[in-house]
Structures are given as structure tokens and as C-alpha cells.
Design a binder for this molecule. Sequence first.
Ligand code: DI6
Ligand code: FE
Length: 399
Amino acid sequence: MSFDHVWVNANLATMRDDTLGVIEDGAIAAKDGRIAWIGPRAGLPSHAAPVTDCAGAWILPGLIDCHTHLVFGGNRSAEFEQRLAGASYEEIARAGGGILSTMRATRAATEAQLVQAALPRLDALLREGVTTIEVKSGYGLEMEAELRQLRAARALGAQRAVSVVTSLLAAHAVPPEYKGRQGEYVQHVGEEIIPRAAAEGLADAIDAFCENIAFTPEETARVFAAARQHGLPVKLHADQITDSGGAALAAAHQALSADHLERSNAAGIAAMAAAGTVAVLLPGATLILRETHFPPIAAMREHGCRMALSTDMNPGSSPALSLLLMLNLGCTLFRLTVPEALLGVTRHAAAALGLKDRGMLAEGMRCDLALYCIERPAELCYWLGGNPCIGRVVGGIRA
Ligand code: DI6
Ligand code: FE
């Protein structure tokens, strides 16, 4: 058969079923950027393609970090110190810090500066085997700065071997210019920012922060209505600090995902499961905010709500530069099983982004691979730090 490249002598965690779909001593063949053949090495058809001997390494689908705020100016280590001294995340936000302090630094940065600042963060994630990353705006909070963040995100995808998926999060906080006129800002987002981002092809989805310190469910619904008008799927930061019915709201709008969910109720989770809305779990934020309320994992299991796991990489509540560390935190804090955690950064993370061509190793899927020097897949969740990733393949090409 005609292949472009073949990998042999590898153990494959295909993620095709809920027990990892392991193929021991497997082989994968790529053609035109896709997986053209996969199975036990003994069954590999004869071919003339170059071969990589993986020396017993494990191969997973390239990891997908499905919720990040990777592009921003400055950082918030000073607020981290304030929180260590007792200030709460909410207090800092209400005093004009928090998201607004990153907004000021982001507005002051050029696109090139935003890219330069984000590249080392991106590289840290890629080194661990990430091949697809979602990047949100939400620190511009005005037309040009929001678009600049999205352009910077697209530029990152052009500078590195990674697929970048963007979400417009203009409804992240009310900018100071609109203080006391929150409804007008929501209107501006819906009538001007979303149409422009859509027209320029800069946003793959629309996200919002539904919370007592951000936007109400009614305002969120208005943002979602604008997204629908422009044919864009929606996602939601839901029920992180309070239960504002965010899970049910996301489900009612057929959101791709609802993220955080620390305080979601079981009915909301049931609605998400019925709508196919993926629950994105963000244990980095739980850890950093020393949150003691955990997402209702039992309800997610009971209702069959798919769970993804992500870094939430952001300068305030989750300065997390390791998706492997999130696997560990997902297991230790949220008590996920190893297969649940690994599905959360592969197949279910792809679903959280509406991507049907990745997240599993199967014929026809994109040939995005992550290679690890480990004895068992559980090691990816077990180590607290360290990096066993020994290679990435993106679209069939060694990255
Ligand atoms: N929830 C989060 O965890 C991030 N945004 C959001 O809506 C935090 C953003 C920040 O603190 O900068
Ligand atoms: Fe977030």
C-alpha cells in the first residue's frame, strides 16, 4: 500500500473506547496527513514508506487543550501574593484588579508583543504532546484589542506546528468605559464585536462568562443569540463561583461545552448530557483559588455527560503551563479515573471544540500523535511534574 510514513514497535492508546482501546505492539501509517492504517504490527500491509521504530514507546492521539486564555499581556503574580495574604479572587476583581488588570496590559501590547509573550507558554504545552489548542480572547474588552488577541492566536498557529482554535470571549468582564452600562456593552458585543470577528473569520466559537461578577444568564443568552445569527457555536464559563444556572443555560443553547461547573446542580448536568454539551473540568483553577467545591463528577457519570479536562491557562485563576499536571489534578482532586482523565484531553476535548477529525487514533482521523516513554498510560496521570513526551506528529509530519 502507499503510505507517507509508518510508525512501528509502539503501544497504542487509541481512545476509541472507554478503556483506552489499547493495541499492544501496534503500527500506524499516515497518508496525506491522515491515519491510513492502524492495527497490530503483525497485520501491517506491505509498503515502501519510511519507518520510525518507536522502541516500545506509547502513542496517544495528540493532546488537545480545549480551554485556554493563552494570549495576554503581563501577569498577575502580585495578585497571587495578595491572595496568599488573604484577599479573595472576587474582592480583587471588584477592586478593579483581576481580569481588568490583565485587560490594561493586553490593550497596551501590540499583536507582535502578544505573540512573543504567548510563545513560551505555548511551547511548554507543545513539549508535553499538545497538538491542538483552543485560545480565547477576553482581555481586550474593546473591538480592536479583542480582534488583536484573536489575530495573535491565529499567528501562533502559523508559527508552530499546532492547530489553534479560537473563541471570542468579549463577554468576559465589563470594561471600565461601560461601567454602570453593562447592558450597552452586551449590545456592543452582540451587534458589533461578534459580527466583525465573524466577518474576519477570527472566531471559531463564542464564549461568555456567566457569573455574579460578570454577565447574567439573560445577558449571556443575548450574546448567544448573536453568535447563532452568525452561525458560530457557543461555549460558556458556567457556575464557577455561584450556581447561576449556567449548565442548563449552556444546554438550552446546544453549547459545545460548559466549563468550570464547580457549583452546577444535577439538573443542569442532566440537561447538558441530553444536549451533548461537554463538561470541561479545570482543576488548575480549583487548586489556585483553593476552591473546596468540586464539579459534580458523580452526576456527570450518572447522566453520561462527557468530561474534558483542560489547563484554563490564564494569568489570574490558573497560570497552568502543563496539561499533564492537569491529568494528575483531575485524578487527585476530582477523583477521575485514568481513562476518564485521558479521554478528557483527547476524544472529549475534541468534542468540546466541535472537532470530529481528531482525539482518537482511527483510520481517516488526522494523524496527530503524541509519543511517550512510559510503561503504562497511567504514568501520564501519575507523575507530578516531569515530561515523558518524546515526540509529536502533526498532520502526519514529525514536529
Ligand atoms: N474564569 C476563569 O477562570 C478565567 N476567566 C474566567 O471567566 C479567569 C480569568 C482571569 O482571572 O484573568
Ligand atoms: Fe477560563
